[in-house]
Design a protein around this ligand. Sequence first.
Ligand code: SF4
Ligand code: SF4
Length: 395
Amino acid sequence: MTNIVSVFAEKCNDYQPNSVQNAVDSLISHMGGVESLVPKNAKVFVKVNLVREMSPEKCGTTHPEVVVALCKKLLTVTPFVTVGDSCAGLYNKATLSSVYSKCAMTEVEQRTSATLNREFGTGVADVDGVVLKQCEFTSAFLDADVVVNVTKLKTHSFTGYTGAVKNLFGLIPGLVKVEMHSRFPELPDFCNLLVDICEFARPKIVLNVIDAVWGMDGNGPTNGNPKFIGQILASANPYALDAVAVSLFGDPLDMPVLQTAVRRGLLCEDLSDVSFDFEQWKQSRLKDFSVPATDRLDFFGDQPAWINRLAKKYMVKRVYPDKTCRGCGKCATHCPAKAITVVKGRAKVDQKKCIHCYCCQELCPFNAVRFRTSPIYKIARRLSGKRDKKKTPSA
Ligand code: SF4
Ligand code: SF4
């Protein structure tokens, strides 16, 4: 029998404390109240999305106001609330202190008695997933009794969209994530990895929230355009939540992670297991929301291996640092394929080594990494009837 899961959405027009607190309170009450979600005195880890040092106005990270509102609710049942993430780069005090400060997450400590995670221990756990058998995770996650997963609605150059499921990749410490990109360079494997991590974490996750007051379209997850959406969404189920979030701007089944969830029987293809008023939701549908083309190369379904090889060689989008590159070397340090060198103050990519993970685009603090999409790719997508929903970014 199919389990029906509920998703809830509340309008929220701005990040004023009252607006956000009212929306969060209402969502939690729809879900049965905080006492029913979190055991008394439980150790709660609030997993936010702090991809890198970015101010909240850039709309690439979870807004602190949403985290403050959630923490205030959680603190009514337990004093043990820790907020954190393993962002891009090293998982240590220096990196996270700077990220907490730039992302204004420090407000959480100033305005509530929740604490920001400053313990950077890790542990290895058996995942027993489809592609991931064992993995190193942050102790902040492993030691928690329950997890609240709080992310941002935004696009992603590799996976198309990043929401509740993708946010859990940040349960893995810093450079281990880079290693994962090397081990799983192909999009289908990487999506299976994300679903493996999500399935491993799910028994602890009591609540998933998407901050979609302002989101990001275009070249997400860090270099896209802020986009007003005016919603906060919540569910106990991360796949259902992502399906509802994606349906604000497109077809959930166009997103590789959700396709993987469907293939693995974690979400019904027709979304009949999601209790949500999709008809009513159509009125909130976003216009001119630009979604980056993903490297889905399965143009013709189960195509022959030689088509896959050619597609991989000639059709994936390529990265190139443009003239705004300042030669800081951050991309080169974190490139999992060691494909970047900085020569005469400018990064250069060895396209033969590049595995198209797009971490350099995500990490570049100066938005200097551009994409070049192959014309053959565009033609193949058109022929296969899966034309990307690429549109002109809104102003
Ligand atoms: S592309 Fe960006 S991260 Fe890489 S060296 Fe240039 S400025 Fe730094
Ligand atoms: S050059 Fe960029 S896209 Fe290519 S492997 Fe390195 S980080 Fe990933």
